[in-house]
Unconditional design. Structure first.
Length: 256
């Protein structure tokens, strides 16, 4: 049977007047809930925010992979009635890039832009513990603390802490097993966003995406690995500016 299926969760309620959709793919160990407040920023611009939720069919025996999640997501976004932008965070950025690659290799609509946040390109050395499924709780906890973005009380909670680590291990295992096959550079417009204080994805790693997307627009923000959730308004302005340079009317002022 198949691995996960992708479902789009509209955040902030249905927006009947939305001109386009922002599809958001969460980070390792995260969920669509991570983008729960983004509709307050993007909604007034006529953009519906939809987070990706992964569902595993009952009885599925296959292990997930970045490739299988990308295939599932590609089948869903093809059916969107309005233009859409695909944004991925960390693991989500790798899934987003793989999704675009699959869409470009088949007939159907493409995203107006792919926005890859806080992610090193495929092949860049990873900073999480190797053989991540067998890494100790102490090593995994230290890694999470270094990234930031996770409440310490949740991490140390005797019930929820182990669940956080288990979910993170499973998702990082997807990266550890990922063997991408980008025979050709991506043709779709791509933005690459990172943070100056991200200890997991150094600024110099962002430029590596140009090998897979030669025309990528790279922007560096303040903050750490979770910069986009600390200041979604800044991300909104950046996406608006990048799309405006492509001639897309987002009905908003652009930034320099």
């Amino acid at each position: 049977m198949s691995a996960e299926q992708a479902r789009l969760v509209t955040l902030g309620g249905e927006q009947r007047q939305a001109k386009r959709t922002l599809v958001c793919v969460p980070h390792a160990g995260g969920s669509a809930v991570a983008f729960h407040a983004w509709h307050r920023v993007f909604g007034p611009r006529g953009i519906a925010v939809r987070g990706v939720h992964w569902e595993r069919p009952d009885g599925s025996e296959r292990r997930s992979s970045i490739e299988s999640r990308a295939a599932a997501l590609a089948s869903v976004v093809r059916e969107l009635p309005e233009p859409w932008v695909l944004l991925g965070h960390s693991l989500g950025a790798l899934i987003a890039a793989e999704t675009v690659r699959r869409l470009e290799n088949s007939a159907g609509p493409l995203p107006e832009r792919a926005v890859l946040c806080a992610a090193a390109p495929p092949g860049f050395p990873r900073t999480f513990p190797p053989d991540v499924l067998r890494a100790s709780d102490d090593r995994m906890t230290a890694y999470v603390r270094r990234l930031g973005g996770t409440d310490e009380s949740l991490l140390t909670d005797p019930e929820f802490g182990p669940q956080v680590l288990a979910s993170l291990r499973a998702d990082l295992d997807l990266i550890e097993r990922y063997t991408p096959d980008f025979a050709y550079p991506l043709k779709s417009p791509v933005s690459v966003y990172g943070a100056a204080a991200d200890r997991d994805v150094p600024v110099e790693a962002l430029e590596g995406w140009r090998q897979l997307a030669p025309g990528a627009r790279v922007r560096v923000f303040g903050g750490n690995h979770f910069f986009l959730h600390d200041d979604p308004a800044a991300v909104c302005e950046a996406v608006t500016a990048d799309c405006a340079q492509d001639g897309l009317d987002w009905a908003a002022d652009s930034i320099a």
